[in-house]
Design a protein around this ligand. Structure first.
Ligand code: PLP
Length: 441
C-alpha cells in the first residue's frame, strides 16, 4: 500500500463520516473505552494515517509507540500475509512452531548483559510484566515488589497496583494486589537542584530498606525512561546505582522496556544508555511487531527457568502471525539503519524543541532520547503543571492533522513517538503545527 507521505485535510476534523461512525460507536462500544481523537482511520502507511473522510494526518504517536517501524511496513505485511495463509494457531505449549523460537533467539541475542538468556512470549505489555513478577517471585522465594513514582505498567489487577496514577487507571477498580510499594523516582526537572543520579538512587534505596527491607524484595521494576509518566529520564548514575544495590541484595531487577525498547531511543533497549545498569529481566511489547499483538519477557536463564514446566504460558501467547511480524521487525533492526534513524529524529527534533523552550515560557523542560521526546508544560515562571496548555496545544494539533499524545502524572506533558519511517519534511511540518498551537496560547 502506498500513501503519499503528506499531511492533507479535505474536511474539518473530525469529518462527517467520522462523526457518524463515532455516534454508532457510542451506541455499541462500552464507554469506559476512551478516545483521544474521534477520527476513524481507514488505512495507513509510514507515518501517515488516512481517515474515512480522506484526510491524511501525521502520526506523531504511532499508537503509543507501536508502529515504530512505520505503518504497513512492507516486510511486516509480507511476513504476516505469508504466515496467516500457513498457520495461525496451535498453542505453542501444545505443539510448537518456529517463529516463536526465532523471536526468542533474536531478543536473547540483543538483551544487554553477559549471561545466558531465555525468553517467553505473551500478548500484551501488562501480561509480560505479570509474568516477569511471577518468575521473580518463584526464583527469589520472596513476595515484595518495588515500583517507582509516576510509573505505568498496565491495566491488569497486579499492574493497576503498580501504576502511580489513580485516574484513569485504577479509580473504583479495586481491591488491588498487595505487596507493591512505590518508591521515589529520579525526576531531574522536579528534584532538588543539583541532585545527582547517585543521590536520587540513595533516596530510593534508603526508602526501600526502611519500608520493605532488601531481603524481602523479589523484584524492583523500573522503566529506564518512563512512558505514561511523561518520558522522565532519570539522572545519570541513578539506574547504575540501583542496579548495584539489587545485585548485592539478590533482588531481580526488571527493566520495563515496553515503551522505550526496540529501537525507539536509538538503541535496541533504553537500558543500554547507562553503562553499569544491568537488568536481570526485561519486558518488551509495543514496538516489537509493527502493530501486531505480542510481548516478551527476556532475561537470565536461571530466572526464566525457575518456573516448573506449565507454570508460564497462555492460549494466544506468541501467536504465529504476531511472531512472524516480530521476526520481520527484529531482522530489519539487525540489518542496520533503524537505530540510526531514531538518533537522526532526535537530531532534527531536539534543537527545534529546545528553541521552543527558549521562546515560550510555558515550556519548562525538553527531554527524552531518540524518537521518544517530550515537552513538559508549566505555568510561566514556575514548575507547576499546566495541563490546560497541553490540552489546547493538542486540540490545535489534532484540528490541523497532527496526532500527538499527552502524558505525565499531571497531564502536562506532550510526548512525541513518531514512526522511524517519518521523513524530515513531515517531522518539520508536524512541529510547525505544534509550535503554532503553542504560539496561539
Ligand atoms: C503500555 C505499557 C505497558 C502495558 O502494555 P499493554 O500492552 O498495554 O498491556 C506496560 N509498561 C509500559 C512501560 C508501557 O508503556
Amino acid at each position: 500500500m502506498s500513501i503519499e507521505q503528506k499531511r492533507n485535510l479535505v474536511t474539518s476534523i473530525p469529518g462527517p463520516k467520522s462523526q457518524e461512525l463515532q455516534k454508532h460507536r457510542l451506541e455499541h462500544v462500552g464507554h469506559g473505552v476512551g478516545t483521544t481523537l474521534p477520527v476513524f482511520i481507514d488505512s495507513a502507511h509510514g507515518a501517515i494515517l488516512v481517515d474515512v473522510d480522506g484526510n491524511q494526518l501525521i502520526d506523531m504517536g504511532s499508537g503509543i509507540g507501536v508502529t515504530t517501524i512505520g505503518h504497513t511496513n512492507p516486510d511486516v505485511v509480507k511476513a504476516v500475509t505469508e504466515q496467516v495463509a500457513k498457520l495461525t494457531h496451535t498453542l505453542f505449549t501444545v505443539t510448537p512452531y518456529s517463529p516463536y523460537v526465532e523471536v526468542c533467539e533474536i531478543l536473547n541475542r540483543h538483551m544487554p548483559g553477559k549471561f545466558v538468556k531465555r525468553s517467553a512470549l505473551f500478548n500484551s505489555g501488562a501480561e509480560a510484566v505479570e509474568n516477569a513478577i511471577k518468575l521473580a517471585r518463584k526464583f527469589t522465594k520472596r513476595n515484595e515488589i518495588a515500583v517507582f513514582d509516576h510509573a505505568y505498567h498496565g491495566r491488569t489487577n497486579l499492574t493497576m497496583a503498580m501504576n502511580f496514577k489513580n485516574m484513569p487507571y485504577a479509580d473504583g477498580f479495586g481491591p488491588f494486589a498487595s505487596s507493591v510499594t512505590h518508591v521515589p523516582m529520579s525526576y531531574p526537572f522536579h528534584d532538588p537542584a543539583g541532585m545527582t543520579g547517585e543521590e536520587a538512587a540513595t533516596r530510593a534505596i534508603t526508602y526501600m530498606e526502611k519500608r520493605i527491607g532488601g531481603n524481602n524484595l523479589a523484584a524492583v521494576v523500573i522503566e529506564p525512561i518512563q512512558g505514561e509518566g511523561g518520558f522522565v529520564v532519570p539522572a545519570p548514575g541513578f539506574l547504575r546505582t540501583l542496579s548495584a544495590w539489587t545485585k548485592a541484595n539478590g533482588i531481580v531487577l526488571v527493566a520495563d522496556e515496553v515503551q522505550a525498547g526496540i529501537a525507539r531511543t536509538g538503541k535496541w533497549f533504553a537500558s543500554e544508555h547507562e553503562e553499569g545498569f544491568e537488568p536481570d529481566l526485561m519486558t518488551i511489547a509495543k514496538g516489537i511487531a509493527g502493530g501486531m499483538p505480542i510481548s516478551a519477557v527476556t532475561g537470565r536463564a536461571e530466572i526464566m527457568d525457575s518456573s516448573h514446566p506449565g507454570g508460564i504460558g497462555g492460549t494466544f501467547g506468541g501467536n504465529p502471525v504476531s511472531a512472524a511480524a516480530a521476526v520481520a521487525v527484529l531482522k530489519q533492526i539487525e540489518a542496520g539503519g533503524v537505530l540510526e534513524k531514531a538518533s537522526h529524529i532526535e537530531s532534527v527534533m531536539k534543537p527545534r524543541l529546545l528553541a521552543m523552550k527558549e521562546k515560550y515560557q510555558v515550556i519548562g523542560d525538553v527531554r527524552g532520547r531518540g524518537a521518544m521526546l517530550a515537552l513538559e508544560f508549566v505555568k510561566p515562571g514556575t514548575r507547576e503543571p499546566n495541563s490546560a496548555a497541553v490540552d489546547a496545544v493538542i486540540k490545535h494539533s489534532h484540528q490541523n492533522g497532527v496526532v500527538v499524545l499527552n502524558a505525565g502524572t499531571y497531564g502536562n506533558v506532550i510526548r512525541f513517538l513518531p514512526s522511524l519511517a517519518i521523513s524530515d519534511e513531515l517531522l518539520r511540518d508536524a512541529l510547525d503545527v505544534v509550535e503554532a498551537g503553542i504560539a496561539s496560547l
